[in-house]
Design a protein around this ligand. Structure first.
Ligand SMILES: Cc1cc2nc3c(=O)[nH]c(=O)nc-3n(C[C@H](O)[C@H](O)[C@H](O)COP(=O)(O)OP(=O)(O)OC[C@H]3O[C@@H](n4cnc5c(N)ncnc54)[C@H](O)[C@@H]3O)c2cc1C
Length: 332
């Protein structure tokens, strides 16, 4: 197949690039994807849209993203509403050093146009019902931040909008890209190939292997991340999304009432370590939110206690993301 532009990878990066280029009418565009739309990390992510970052460049990109997402309905016309919830993000610092870092970041964020601010532990506890004030040095927050309740709908909307603008998404496992006189040649795993004047490689962790043979070595490495889903909780307990920086932990409540948490300290072999991860997760949530009214506390303990309903999602390097149902530990 021949096109003006070839894009490798139909994740959010490849599809967004395809859509924006097609909008500008830069010529024919083909996206080559070896598995399916959103088959990589874009298909299993927590849906967060935040502007509180620690570098100016990330903040500026996040500002632009938010501006785009606030007009998502008219720009992409998604078939399924992705359900953006501007619940706010609260970063809680337990250590004074961490609070100082948040203070410096808020100054940088404000200079980049991000409306974040510092808050005392008491202010944070007003926003997050039940938050334990003791031990918290302070917090930073941005009320414009939030998350998509159905983030997969965002990925599909980019694919559909790009298709409507004439972008072709083709099933092909790209095994190599190489410069030729007319532009670029792509080799596919089945022995066939394609050509394009320009190539954009948006293949996530596989980008490195595709580019290394042509002398470009990008420092992209795979890291496992785990998402924990609790049972559904009827009450809205967590409207701002909470990140406890010193606990390496983030939690939010989805529209269907489930808590979705991630724990950056959860590393190692899932088969051996998952019981320990879930125990720590329960402990961190219960330590953070001890002031909940007793009936909410009971509901929270119940939701977190039924571990058989927690679902881990594992990234296996070189393979697809796959869901792993873990065994029950039961009990409230
Ligand atoms: C709405 C939204 C919200 C998000 N929220 C969060 C969040 O809260 N927290 C967070 O940590 N991250 C979040 N993310 C980011 C997410 O975790 C990933 O970092 C991001 O989706 C990666 O996108 P990607 O396109 O770079 O990679 P991928 O989605 O992995 O896409 C790469 C694609 O390339 C294909 N591919 C690879 N090699 C080849 C090849 N040789 N030939 C053909 N195809 C190939 C793969 O099959 C895959 O489909 C969010 C993303 C979205 C879309």
């Amino acid at each position: 197949m021949t096109s003006d532009i070839a894009i490798v990878g139909a994740g959010i990066t490849g599809l967004s690039v395809a859509f924006h280029l097609a909008e500008r009418g830069v010529g024919s565009i083909v996206v080559y994807e070896r598995e399916g739309i959103g088959a990589g990390a874009s298909g299993v992510q927590p849906g967060g849209v935040r502007q509180q970052w620690s570098t100016r460049l990330n903040c500026l990109m996040a500002r632009d993203s938010l501006a785009f997402y606030s007009k998502l309905g008219e720009r992409l016309r998604p078939r399924v509403d992705p359900g953006f919830r501007p619940c706010g993000y609260v970063f809680v610092a337990h250590e004074s050093d961490t609070l100082e870092r948040l203070r410096a970041e808020v100054a940088m964020q404000n200079a980049a146009g991000v409306p974040s601010r510092l808050a005392t532990a008491e202010e944070a506890a007003e926003l997050v019902p039940g938050l334990r004030v003791e031990g918290i040095a302070g917090a930073s927050l941005c009320t414009e931040d939030g998350y998509f309740d159905r983030p997969q709908a965002v990925v599909e909307a980019f694919a559909e909008a790009a298709r409507l603008l004439g972008v072709a998404v083709v099933h092909a496992d790209v095994s190599g890209v190489e410069p030729v006189r007319s532009g670029w040649r792509l080799r596919f795993a089945d022995g066939t190939g394609g050509e394009a004047s320009q190539v954009i490689v948006a293949a996530s962790v596989d980008t490195r292997a595709l580019l290394r043979p042509i002398g470009v070595d990008l420092p992209i490495v795979a890291e496992d991340r785990w998402l924990f889903f609790s049972e559904s909780i009827a009450e809205r307990l967590l409207d701002p999304l909470v990140i406890a920086v010193d606990r390496h932990f983030a939690v939010k409540q989805l529209a269907d009432g489930r808590l979705l948490a991630s724990d950056l300290s959860a590393t190692g072999d899932a088969g051996e370590a998952s019981e320990g991860w879930r125990g720590r997760l329960q402990q961190v949530v219960v330590d953070l939110l001890p002031r909940l009214e007793p009936r909410y506390r009971r509901e929270l303990a119940h939701a977190l206690g039924h571990m058989s309903l927690l679902r881990l999602i594992e990234r296996v390097t070189g393979e697809r993301w796959r869901p792993v149902e873990t065994s029950t530990t039961g009990g409230d």
